[in-house]
Design a protein around this ligand. Structure first.
Ligand code: ATP
Ligand code: MG
Length: 577
């Protein structure tokens, strides 16, 4: 591509809403431009990287017997009502009506659409297994779109769906996709981890996330220092390295005054008891809003050590909810306990009480008295109040024990770029999608679904691969392999030579960008560094006179002086390795 004829542009400054480096660099490199929050136009450079990544995905999936299809973006309401997700997905689904007052939504994911696609045409066990995939634009009305393509509203996803005759076969399909994903992300040359993830409430499900490691990642990961164990913090069991088990004898509880002690930190200072020996009481509604017609408040109390944080996903799973439960407002807490949140505790409550494992080893602890300005000391579970269920409810953290060994967990940040999910019969049962087995009996399909955030991955790669001057593209998805800087635009000999290289390299199958603008060399070099193609070739009068041109490797900034007649050979070698 000739820069002079393109719509490429670069910016010195990134807009103020670009918080993370990859977002800044993509905007500055003109790879994308915001049209509305979470909605972007991909410029030519951005689209080239996206298409290259899509082709890597295609190659690896086609090789594994998957078939590409393309499903609609607009779905009728009736389809989503079959699985109850019209309601369950809440405001994340963008819903609208057409001129005939019929309701539709924009596709946020395609389990329903793909199950509908196969349910009448995949008839026999002889037709199985099948794996269908598409690469398509999704729309999710994210509450807070941010970080550019990382959390967009409109974004490109590859979604695949497998159909099998039984669980054993379905898990084989899962393994095949898992290995396919490994091959895909290995080809990108990125640092990633495969972690266990939340499977929601689908019994017996298994699921893994592919996480690109980056400090700006939204996901917290915990990785064993001894085994291959790795999990999203959402599902990581929290096991104290040295569990605290008090041997104290139970003492009679007593009320004491704690004026203005609202937080655990205040109370710890006031009572001289460490936060990890205090017990805090949190209140949630087990009505998670999944059914909009049910407006009832079903309060539950959750007890944790003062130093621990609740893991809302664990609570969601313990309560069997679809979405994480809502915290009660201060007003609702008052209704339930008679006191403000800072003075609440489990004694005398008439609602279910869920206790985190960490509290079980404590004795004679302090909790709120359910009376403003008062707490109780020497409180004991099973004695002063009853526990509905003890469970692992806290967030695991660095230093906790590895669930599989005597090792410790170490924390990382990650960007979820892919997700493999064994679904079982969740969708096929609800949508009555069956095939005939060997005995001629109708059976529900065993399904799996597999997503890759295409646009998110492209940006995540930049988040991982950049330096102070700009992007450092891996060859696999670099928009161009070679960036030629034509240094003396007005010198015909130089110009002809540069275009000779341009033609020859393109004929060899390389993607070549030539900066043929009438600009100073320094200006062009800065832009080349920002855009980050793997190799830059400088073609100028001085070099040609000396018979040697400079080829600069973007990643290492190594400058190679290469004889003019060896330039092509050098680049061929460098890029084919
Ligand atoms: P997240 O937890 O980040 O919201 P998710 O688990 O809801 O994502 P999936 O339904 O598993 O997402 O979608 C498959 C893949 O699509 C994800 O692994 C992610 O890479 C990508 N993805 C999901 N939501 C977005 C978004 N808002 N913007 C860009 N990519 C996204
Ligand atoms: Mg996911």
């Amino acid at each position: 591509m000739k820069w002079s004829q393109s719509l490429l542009y670069t910016l010195k400054e990134a807009p103020s809403d670009a918080e993370i480096i990859s977002h800044k660099l993509m905007i500055r490199a003109g790879m994308m431009k915001k049209l509305a929050p979470g909605i972007y136009t991909y410029g030519n450079l951005g689209l080239r990287a996206i298409r290259k990544f899509e082709n890597i995905i295609r190659e690896e999936l086609n090789r594994r017997g998957c078939q590409e299809i393309l499903m609609p973006m607009v779905h009728p309401k009736e389809l989503w009502e079959e699985t109850n997700r019209w309601e369950e997905m809440g405001a994340g689904l963008l819903k609208f009506k057409n001129r005939n007052d019929q309701s539709f939504c924009l596709g946020a994911t395609h389990e329903e659409a793909v199950t509908d696609y196969v349910r009448n045409d995949l008839r026999s066990y002889k037709d199985l297994p099948r794996n269908l995939y598409q690469i398509q634009t999704k729309y999710r009305d994210e509450i807070r779109p941010r970080f550019g393509l990382m959390r967009g509203r409109e974004f490109i996803m590859k979604d695949a769906y497998s159909f099998d005759m039984n669980q054993i076969e379905a898990l084989k399909s899962y393994e095949l996709m898992y290995s396919g994903y490994k091959a895909i992300f290995d080809r990108l040359g990125a640092k990633y981890r495969i972690v266990q993830a939340d499977a929601g409430n689908i019994g017996g499900s298994q699921t893994h996330e592919f996480q690109l490691l980056a400090d700006a990642g939204e996901d917290a990961l915990l990785v064993s220092d001894t085994t291959s164990y790795a999990a999203n913090v959402e599902v990581c069991p929290a096991i104290d390295f040295e569990p605290h088990i008090s041997q104290e004898v139970i003492k009679p509880k007593e009320k004491f005054e704690t004026p203005n002690q609202k937080t655990i930190a205040d109370l710890s200072k006031f009572t001289q008891v460490s936060e990890k020996e205090l017990v805090k009481t949190l209140f949630f509604s087990a009505n998670d809003g999944t059914n909009p017609k049910d407006k009832s408040l079903k309060p539950v109390a959750v007890l944790l050590r003062g130093s621990d944080e609740l893991n809302p996903i664990k609570l969601k799973n313990v309560l069997g909810l679809t979405n994480p439960p809502q915290m009660l407002t201060d007003l609702e807490v008052r209704e339930v306990t008679g006191a403000n949140p800072g003075s609440c505790g489990p004694v005398g409550l008439k609602i279910p009480v869920y206790m985190d494992n960490g509290v079980s080893g404590l004795r004679n602890y302090i909790v709120g008295a359910n009376e403003d300005g008062y707490h109780l000391r020497n409180v004991n579970h099973g004695h002063d109040y009853q526990v509905t269920l003890q469970a692992d409810l806290r967030l695991a953290r660095e230093g906790d024990k590895c669930p599989e060994s005597s090792g410790k967990l170490k924390s990382y940040r990650g960007i979820e770029v892919g997700h493999v999910f064994y679904l079982g019969k969740k969708y096929s049962e609800k949508m009555k999608a069956t095939f005939l087995d060997q005995q001629g009996k109708a059976q529900f399909f065993e399904m799996g679904c597999y997503g890759i955030g295409v646009t998110r991955t492209v940006q995540a790669i930049i988040e991982q691969l950049h330096d102070q001057d700009g992007i450092v593209w891996p060859k696999a998805i670099a928009p161009f392999h070679i960036h030629i800087c034509l240094l003396d635009v007005k010198n015909d000999i130089v110009k002809n030579k540069a275009f000779e290289f341009y033609d020859k390299l393109q004929n060899l199958g390389f993607d070549v960008l030539i900066d043929d603008r009438d600009e100073r060399p320094g200006f062009k070099f800065k832009d080349a560094d920002l855009l980050g193609m793997p190799y830059r070739l400088n073609v100028g009068a001085k070099g040609l006179e000396a018979g040697e041109l400079e080829i600069i490797e973007r990643k290492t900034k190594t400058v190679h002086k290469v004889k003019v007649e060896e330039v092509i050979h050098f680049l061929k070698q460098a890029l084919n390795t």
